[in-house]
Design a protein around this ligand. Structure first.
Ligand code: SAM
Length: 152
């Protein structure tokens, strides 16, 4: 699909619909999906980040991004395009990775393996383990790990 060479936002390979993780038990929610086959290492989506006002507490909002390496994090951002709709999974299992350019307030999302058209796109949230609003989600994502641990 054609895009302007100077565009800062390109999510033309991605679409958003009801997530494959969504069901009556979890409640209905959306996710980002590959529109076309995407090769390992290929750019999936790129976009810009808009910083939220000082004092905004991102611990309470799951739709915005951790936008610094400082911990505890105080800088949060609103991502363009389909970026807010990517759901998450545990480390090492995601099919995409978000590269964050904090100095330029922009991001690029790359495929970590070949992705088929129609597959849900996932990346491991860097704040999954510590963000208050992800506490339940972190337990869901790592549920298998705790089952294995209790078996030990
Ligand atoms: C950044 S949003 C992702 C888009 C969101 N699903 C939506 O419909 O707007 C993060 C939220 O998506 C849901 N989510 C993300 N990954 C999930 C998963 N693996 N299983 C269940 N829910 C998930 C959680 O509600 C989480 O707080």
């Amino acid at each position: 699909m054609a895009s302007h060479p100077e565009t800062k936002i390109d999510c033309s390979k991605v679409y958003v619909k009801q997530s494959s993780f969504s069901n009556e038990k979890t409640g209905m929610f959306d996710g980002a999906f590959a529109l076309v086959d995407i090769k390992e290492g290929e750019l999936v989506e790129k976009g810009v980040m808009r910083r939220l006002p000082d004092g905004f507490d991102g611990n309470t909002c799951p739709y915005i991004f951790t936008w610094s390496n400082e911990r505890p994090n105080k800088t949060w951002g609103m991502g363009s395009g389909c970026s807010p709709f990517y759901n998450t999974c545990k480390e090492g299992t995601a099919n995409t990775h978000m590269k964050r350019f904090f100095d330029e307030d922009r991001f690029e999302i790359y495929a970590t393996r070949d992705i088929k058209a129609g597959e849900e796109l996932l990346h491991t949230y860097i704040s999954l383990k510590w963000r208050t609003c992800f506490q339940d989600l972190n337990e869901i994502v790592h549920a298998d790990d705790s089952e294995h641990k209790s078996d030990d």
